[in-house]
Design a protein around this ligand. Structure first.
Ligand code: SF4
Ligand code: SF4
Length: 151
C-alpha cells in the first residue's frame, strides 16, 4: 500500500524501534542481503580484495525477474557469511543492513511488518531514531538500485 506524504510521516513517526543487538536479522533464518554499487565497492575496499575474489568467496547470484543480482552468501546454518560473533564488516555493512527495519517493504506492508516483528523484537520498542533518518532510510530503500551479478 502506497502512502501520501502525510500518511508516510505519521506512519514512520509511530514506527518505534530500538535495536536489542540480538543479531537475529543476521543469522538463523534464510534471507538475502542485496548490494548496491556503493555497498559492493565499500566492502571490497574494506576487505582489501579484488572484485572477482569478493564475488567468488562472499556473494551469490539471486534472480530478480530476469536479472541476476548480488546477494551475500549464507553459511550452512543460514548465518550471514560476514557474521562471526558480530558483523565482521560493520563499518562497511551494506545499506540494507544499516536501514533495517525502515525498509519500504516493511513500512508499506502489514504482512511484511507482522513477519518482521517475529524476527526482530526491537520493532515496536521506543527508540531514538529521528524522523528525518527514518524517512531517508525508507526513501533510499524504495529507490534502491541492485548491483547485478557479473563475473
Ligand atoms: S533483529 Fe532487530 S533487535 Fe535484533 S539485532 Fe536485528 S535489528 Fe536489532
Ligand atoms: S553484512 Fe553484517 S550486518 Fe549485514 S547481515 Fe551480514 S553480518 Fe549482519
Amino acid at each position: 500500500m502506497a502512502f501520501t506524504d502525510k500518511e508516510l510521516i505519521e506512519n514512520l513517526n509511530d514506527f518505534d524501534f530500538n535495536c536489542l543487538k540480538c543479531s537475529n536479522c543476521c543469522r538463523i533464518e534464510p534471507g538475502a542481503v542485496f548490494l548496491s554499487e556503493d555497498d559492493f565497492n565499500g566492502i571490497i575496499k574494506f576487505l582489501n580484495i579484488d572484485e572477482k575474489t569478493f564475488l567468488r568467496d562472499y556473494c551469490r547470484p539471486v534472480y530478480k525477474g530476469i536479472r541476476e543480482i548480488i546477494s551475500l552468501k549464507e553459511k550452512i546454518n543460514y548465518d550471514c557469511i560476514f557474521w562471526d560473533n558480530g558483523c565482521t564488516i560493520y563499518d562497511a555493512r551494506p545499506f540494507q543492513c544499516r536501514a533495517y527495519p525502515f525498509w519500504y517493504s516493511i513500512i508499506e506492508s502489514e504482512t511484511g511488518l507482522k513477519n518482521e516483528m517475529k524476527r526482530c523484537r526491537g520493532i515496536g520498542r521506543k527508540g531514538n531514531v529521528k524522523i528525518e533518518e527514518k524517512i531517508n532510510f525508507y526513501l533510499q530503500h524504495k529507490n534502491f538500485i541492485y548491483k547485478e551479478y557479473k563475473l
